[in-house]
Write a protein that binds this ligand. Structure first.
Ligand code: AMP
Length: 280
């Protein structure tokens, strides 16, 4: 695995690889890698691509400074994992490399997607995501970009970004299913911060999503959301939202006639977790 710290050197390398006929797969991450990240890398490797992974904790997407300060860093273990997964290239930039002084700060017209769900509870978050992904894609220009369904709204936002940048013909997005612990908890770097009690109750989020899916045709959507919200609150969660939405655009669903997704964001103490489940 080759490690690059400089954007220009990475761009040149990938450009040369493309010219020699290689397909480039790109997996952007914030590190503290786990089996969820690995499955993205595995898919790129299986597709025979030159798999490029980035580790960069992007300050501009954190609306909560405590969350940013406490974001787990496990770089040595990450490098070992990438090596074992046969990742070809690791990009490890500094903040100055991603946001050089002369880089023009852009703002993105993301429409309604920016003001709902995660966008509503984390103001500015998706603008930050777009800033970093725009820059990373500009540097790597991959054929295929791997994203986790765990961050479903982010997948839609990044597809919108690719459309806004006119890269639809160049970059294909591949959404990879959520990898879970055996008790159902969606793998997440933030899980490392859970204490024993918090870790024990964290899978209740998935339990509620499964409940919604099982009872989709036996109760109203309003009742299903309310039951899940109340149940999580009783278990000690602070619930930001339990929503049932159209999977195509995340507009709130009024009935079950189209393809739906259940989405939850809830905190246990200072740790905020999100999860989702396709309901059809
Ligand atoms: P992060 O490091 O949290 O920014 O995540 C990097 C990428 O890995 C994003 O596309 C995430 O959606 C994806 N990812 C995170 N957790 C999981 C998971 N449990 N299963 C599959 N993909 C995931």
């Amino acid at each position: 695995m080759i490690i690059f710290k400089k954007a220009e050197a990475l761009s040149e390398y990938l450009h040369a690889q493309k010219n020699s006929g290689r397909l480039i797969g790109f997996v952007p991450t914030m590190g503290a890698l786990h089996a969820g990240h690995q499955s993205l890398i595995q898919q790129s490797k299986q597709a025979g691509e030159l798999c490029t992974c980035s580790i960069f904790i992007n300050p501009s997407q954190f609306n909560n400074q405590e969350d940013f300060k406490n974001y787990p860093i496990t770089l040595e273990k990450d490098i070992e994992q990438l090596f074992t997964a046969r990742c070809d290239v690791l990009f490890l930039p500094t903040v100055a490399e991603i946001y050089p002084p002369l880089l023009q700060q852009k703002s993105y017209d993301l429409g309604h997607l920016e003001s709902i769900l995660e966008g509503k509870f984390r103001p500015g978050h998706f603008q930050g995501v777009c800033q970093v992904v725009d820059r990373l894609l500009g540097i790597t220009m991959p054929h295929r970009l791997y994203l986790g369904q765990k961050d479903y709204q982010q997948c839609l936002i990044i597809r919108k970004l690719i459309h806004l940048c006119g890269w639809e013909e160049t970059i294909t997005t591949q959404v990879v299913p959520t990898i879970r612990e055996t008790d159902g908890l969606a793998m997440s770097s933030r899980n490392l911060r859970l204490d024993a009690h918090q870790r024990k109750i964290a899978p209740y989020i998935y339990r509620e999503l499964l409940n919604i899916r099982e009872n989709l045709h036996t109760a109203s959507l309003h009742q299903l959301k309310e039951r899940a919200r109340v149940s999580l609150m009783k278990d000690g969660f602070q619930v930001d939202y339990v929503e049932i939405s159209h999977s195509s655009d995340l507009q709130t669903a009024e009935d079950t006639s189209s393809s739906l997704i259940g989405l939850v964001a809830a905190s246990i103490g200072p740790i905020r977790l999100i999860d989702n489940l396709l309901l059809h």
